[in-house]
Design a binder for this molecule. Structure first.
Ligand code: SF4
Length: 375
């Protein structure tokens, strides 16, 4: 019989494990389910749930957003991008467009899309028009882009790729010696593509319990129960708590296409810096569709810097689980979903936006300043 969320919650309480511990998730979808379902409020008080590097829009380097904007503004092209990339702000003088949305308002032909199929349709509808697909995302987004190219994209479609792998950011945290978490909830969707084995290093190299979870509260609570039990019993392993979807080896065809079309390279993460072997670049065989080869680069070397969040924005710390969203001084004050300052408040997968949408209105930083605890 399948256990419900209530069953898993009772099982967690029955573990009777009262050591303080922090469980990190690395998926915006996980953080949304946790926040919307209010799981933090019902778990035992010793368990902290930490949102980690699970938002591809948040970590897309400013230089890539800037490059896409400049390309759209200065070349005779249609630029297409996933909708939430359009509002991501970059640091430029006030007189210049600060986002793709503002570049569109300034006259650039920029269109939101929901999938690579939309990009193909737009390119096929006007074969004489050059279409550039600004493709930013993690493995689950990058795999369909690879499939689009492997299966044959229109000649007039070019890809400005900003793909990233999720696991190297977790590896970087663990290698730092101060990861800030005791157990990991691994992302179900990424594991569907890449295979759960991608997360074995968390246990094998770092002896930290890990469990792959789906996106419903019962699946997340099952994964939390697994890692808590592993900690209690001091027997650590990688548990697949999403077996109905996540299979050993992931999706072999998707992985084959990604390997055919792209190579893994060192890559910049916004506000974090270069993480080794954490990004994708198009292979030479697909140079004919590479926007970076077709157009002169609009990537400005001065933008390739680590401290590239807007002034006052703590998004990089939020992404790395170093602070909670409402510990940023701008949360809910200068920065809201209607007037976002940093990318974490723009994207549906950004922890700041998720927390705000789930009703977290108190700003802990402000509270601390006034001597008020929001405990
Ligand atoms: S609340 Fe806004 S400014 Fe603060 S970290 Fe989040 S996105 Fe950045």
């Amino acid at each position: 019989m399948n256990r419900t969320a209530t069953d898993w919650l009772a099982a967690i309480r029955n573990l009777d494990y009262d050591r303080p511990l922090r469980i990190m998730n690395v998926c915006g979808g996980h953080e949304r389910s946790i926040s919307v379902a209010g799981l933090r409020a019902v778990l035992p008080g010793n368990v902290e749930l930490v949102p980690g590097p699970g938002c591809p829009v948040c970590i897309c380097p400013e230089e890539d957003v800037y490059e896409a904007m400049q390309l759209a503004l200065h070349e005779d092209v249609t630029l297409v991008a996933f909708g939430d990339m359009l509002r991501v702000p970059v640091n430029v003088p006030k007189r210049e467009p600060r986002s793709l949305e503002q570049a569109k308002a300034a006259g650039a032909d920029i269109r939101p899309i929901a999938s690579p199929i939309d990009a193909v349709r737009i390119a096929e509808a006007d074969p004489d028009r050059t279409v550039v697909f600004f493709a930013a995302g993690f493995e689950t987004t990058t795999a369909p882009v690879a499939a689009m190219l492997a299966e044959g994209a229109p000649d007039n479609l070019f890809v400005l790729l900003s793909g990233r792998l999720t696991w190297p950011a977790v590896a970087m945290l663990l290698d730092s010696g101060t990861p800030g978490f005791d157990a990991l909830i691994a992302p179900g969707h990424v594991s569907t593509v890449m295979g759960p084995e991608e997360w074995e290093f968390v246990v094998d190299k770092h002896d930290i319990p890990a469990a792959v979870a789906g996106f419903t509260p019962d699946s997340l609570l099952a994964a939390m129960h697994s890692v808590l039990r592993q900690l209690r019993d001091n027997r650590h392993f990688l548990d697949n708590c999403y077996p109905q979807v996540v299979r050993p080896g992931g999706n072999p065809e998707a992985r084959r296409q990604m390997n055919e079309v792209m190579e893994v390279v060192d890559a910049n993460w916004r506000g974090i810096g270069i993480i080794p072997q954490s990004g994708y670049a198009l292979r030479e065989a697909y140079a004919a569709h590479d926007a970076r080869k077709r157009f002169r680069s609009y990537a400005d070397a001065s933008r390739k810097r680590v401290g590239e969040m807007p002034p006052g924005c703590d998004c990089a710390k939020v992404v790395l689980g170093k602070i909670y969203p409402n510990q940023c001084r701008l949360y809910g004050a200068a920065c809201t979903p209607r007037k976002p300052i940093g990318p974490c408040m723009v994207s549906d997968e950004g922890a700041c936006r998720i927390w705000w949408s789930a009703g977290h209105r108190e700003n802990e930083w402000e509270g601390r300043k006034k001597g008020v605890s929001h405990g």
